[in-house]
Design a protein around this ligand. Structure first.
Ligand code: PLP
Length: 430
């Protein structure tokens, strides 16, 4: 049998770092990445045929678990009809209609192939529509790897950010302002000084790229107020949260807390493709009509709205829009994090947890962090030991403490009980 180690050695010879997306390399937690051979429902098996309960779900898309029969059938049928046409299809209309039906802030969407592409195109559209260059993002939020969004905070308030990657010229990020998450005062000061130059503000309202941190209600309220006042577009990046925390995404969670709340634009990915390369961005018609071929903002894609990907997304949406789906998913997710919290209490290890719909986070800390600095101050060494303890016991968590986790509809009570037991053993072991 080929081992994970052998595959990793072979991979490293031909693929930089042995992986096609950095976090898969286990650099944060150390050790050898598992090379996945197959998956079914809530389980994945590695090259050594070891089975894991999967709490990554391809980083979010697999909300039904792997290989759901209805999705498989739809994908197989679509494959027989054709892989790609580079011409419009009825399925694209159906998927656009299905998204719009669930998200009241959206009147039109454009389909693309990755969250990065959707975020990058949203940015261009926001700049094209407003005629402004500056954008605001928040430390700890990830919006894909477009140059202008790979930026970390500068030293001082609202200074221009610094590129977080080599190869991103300083001039490219000079229009990107990086502020502290949940800091209302900084937001107010920045808008007071530069509000009329800001094209858009991008936000992960439930931030899954610093584990799991919620934007506070006063923060989102202020953001909405300032964007409206200054004519900047408020963009919700729901690549992770869209159709994951609720059918209507994170914005529907905030709309319940802030009457009438809506972002101006939304970015989607992950769940809407059900595991196929598919993402989207959308907003009101007035904004979306500025896109080519109607308007001056250019955007295109050879595989955009791919017929197999849209079939997969549509079949996934058909399942998750069934009555009671999110109630059941949220209950499972709460039970999953409760199991980890209880294990922490029993083992005498401080752990705090949070979840919404099918997305969760847990921290080795006494209180839930409110921003990136606080996330980074939680116990990383403890997380890394816990990660490996869980992996050894057949539970596959995200291999970095700044990543959210995901429960699928396929997870059973037995899986959750086994996870809680593994957590207790792992924590007691150190
Ligand atoms: N936005 C958010 C919130 C994400 O979590 C991600 C990816 O994890 C992206 C954008 C980028 O999406 P993709 O990896 O499909 O390019």
């Amino acid at each position: 049998m080929t081992t994970n180690e052998q595959l990793f050695a072979r991979a490293q010879a031909v693929i930089p770092g042995g992986v096609n997306s950095p976090v898969r390399a286990f650099r944060a937690v150390g050790g050898t990445p598992r090379f996945i051979a197959r998956a079914e429902g809530q389980y994945i098996w590695d090259a050594e045929d070891k089975r894991y309960i999967d709490y990554i779900g391809s980083w979010g898309p697999m909300i039904l678990g792997h290989g759901h029969p209805a999705v498989l059938e739809a994908v197989q049928k679509a494959l027989r009809e054709g892989f790609s046409f580079g011409a419009p299809t009825e399925r694209e209309i159906e998927l656009a209609e299905a998204i719009i039906a669930q998200v009241p802030s959206i009147e039109q969407v454009r389909l693309v192939s990755s969250g990065t592409e959707a975020g990058m195109s949203t940015l261009r559209l926001a700049r094209g529509v407003t005629g402004r260059s500056k954008i605001i993002k928040f430390e700890g939020c990830y919006h894909g790897h477009a140059d202008a969004l790979l930026v970390k905070a500068g030293s001082g308030l609202a200074t221009f950010g610094h590129p977080t990657s080599a190869g991103v010229p300083a001039e490219v990020v000079q229009h990107t302002l990086v502020l502290e998450y949940n800091n209302v005062e900084q937001l107010e000061e920045t808008f007071a000084a530069q509000g009329d130059e800001i094209a858009c503000v991008m936000l992960e309202a439930i931030a899954g790229n610093m584990n799991f941190v919620r934007a506070s209600v006063p923060f989102v309220t202020k953001l909405r107020e300032l964007c409206t006042k200054h004519g900047a577009l408020l963009v919700f990046d729901e690549v992770m949260t869209g159709f994951r925390v609720a059918l209507g995404g994170a914005q529907s969670v905030y709309a319940k807390l802030i009457p009438g709340f809506e972002p101006d634009m939304t970015v989607f990915g992950k769940v809407i493709g059900g595991g196929m390369p598919l993402a989207a961005f959308g907003g009101k018609k007035d904004v979306m009509k500025q896109l080519a071929p109607l308007g001056p903002v250019y955007q295109a894609g050879t595989l955009s709205g791919n017929p197999v990907a849209t079939a997969c997304g549509l079949a996934t949406l058909a399942e998750i829009t069934k009555p009671g789906f999110y109630e059941a998913l949220a209950a499972k997710t709460q039970k999953m994090v409760q199991g980890i919290a209880d294990a922490g209490r029993e083992a005498g290890v401080p752990i705090v947890t949070d979840s919404e719909g099918g997305m969760f986070g847990f921290f080795f800390a006494d209180a839930l962090p409110q921003n990136y600095t606080a996330v980074m101050a939680t116990d990383k060494e403890r997380f890394n030991r816990f990660f490996h303890g869980m992996l050894d016991r057949g539970v596959y968590l995200a291999p970095a403490m700044y990543e959210a986790g995901f429960v699928s509809a396929a997870h059973t009570d037995e899986d959750l009980a086994a996870t809680a037991q593994a957590a207790l053993e792992a924590l007691k072991a150190g």
